[in-house]
Ligand binder design. Structure first.
Ligand code: ADP
Ligand code: MG
Length: 268
């Protein structure tokens, strides 16, 4: 039986996972980057993904954001298949309209901020709510100001990205993602490109978000102390699978698997 035949009806139970990755395989040419990965995230859960470079961490987030396709397996977001849609009772590869609708549930923050350089901070944030969600300019501006306040960037609304520090740019990138009202936020090493003295301000914003909002959050980071405070669960990835996962106090203080111990010995 083909993997894609094992489709389940949309979940309606609020206790069911908001994200389910079921035996997901991702290959780049000859290389198998995700190797029959099973991964679930509960609604509102804060999950940190750790692991060596090349273990597939970014690929997981990029697949959820629909920036990469998958080769095998199924993914469900909010109870609906992400990469498939149902036609005549059969799963078929998702079309662009389905992907667009699914993508709206997720916001992503990248290592390299990725702000639009030719737009002011305010316009960076209002652009997608206006053009993708169809908000009026007024409503999008009010929304943008609300999230600028949340990330402590209110007084920089009229500046261009090049006039801001890396930490400030990343806080704008977070506000921009939030302004789309996603239910899931994906952070891919959001502080790795920052000078050490700017890391704290970005982590503070992420921590505040996790405490004050009912968002589901997936964070890839090497900031282990932060992961310990932030996470409900830590997943250690290696070679495209989850080698070990559990509450942070368990993973960081008494990892059961030798590979996890080796990794943590070298990063902490
Ligand atoms: P991580 O984020 O854990 O460092 P990635 O998910 O970025 O790892 O990458 C996992 C593996 O997939 C790496 O070996 C990487 O070189 C490879 N890879 C990622 N993206 C591509 C791509 N677009 N084309 C070819 N190989 C890729
Ligand atoms: Mg990466």
């Amino acid at each position: 039986m083909n993997d894609t035949d094992t489709i389940h009806p949309p979940a309606t139970d609020p206790a069911s996972p908001i994200i389910t990755m079921d035996q997901v395989v991702k290959r780049f040419g000859e290389a198998t980057v995700l190797d029959h990965l099973d991964f679930q995230v509960a609604k509102g859960e804060k999950v940190t993904i750790i692991g060596p470079s090349g273990s597939g961490k970014s690929t997981v987030l990029r697949i959820l954001m629909t920036l990469e396709t998958i080769n095998e397996g199924m993914i469900y977001v909010g109870g609906q298949p992400l990469w498939h849609e149902i036609q005549n009772g059969q799963p078929v590869p998702a079309g662009e309209a389905h992907l667009r609708a699914m993508r709206k549930q997720m916001g992503m923050v990248f290592q390299q901020f990725n702000l639009f350089p030719h737009m002011t901070v305010l316009r960076n944030i209002t652009e997608s709510p206006i053009h993708v969600l169809g908000l009026s300019k007024d409503k999008a501006t009010r929304r943008a100001r609300k999230y600028l306040e949340l990330v402590g960037m209110t007084e920089h609304a009229e500046k261009f990205p090049s006039q801001l520090s890396g930490g400030q740019q990343q806080r704008v990138a977070i506000a921009r993602a939030l302004a789309m009202h996603p239910s899931i936020m994906l952070f891919d090493e959001p502080t790795s490109a920052l000078d050490p003295e700017l890391v704290g301000e970005v982590l503070t914003v992420i921590k505040r978000l996790s405490e004050e909002h009912d968002l589901t959050m997936l964070l890839v980071t090497h900031e282990m102390e932060f992961a310990r405070q932030f996470s409900d669960r830590v997943c250690f990835f290696d070679k495209g699978v989850i080698v070990e996962q559990g509450p942070p106090e368990e993973i960081f203080t008494e990892p059961k698997v030798e590979r996890t111990r080796e990794f943590l010995k070298n990063v902490v």
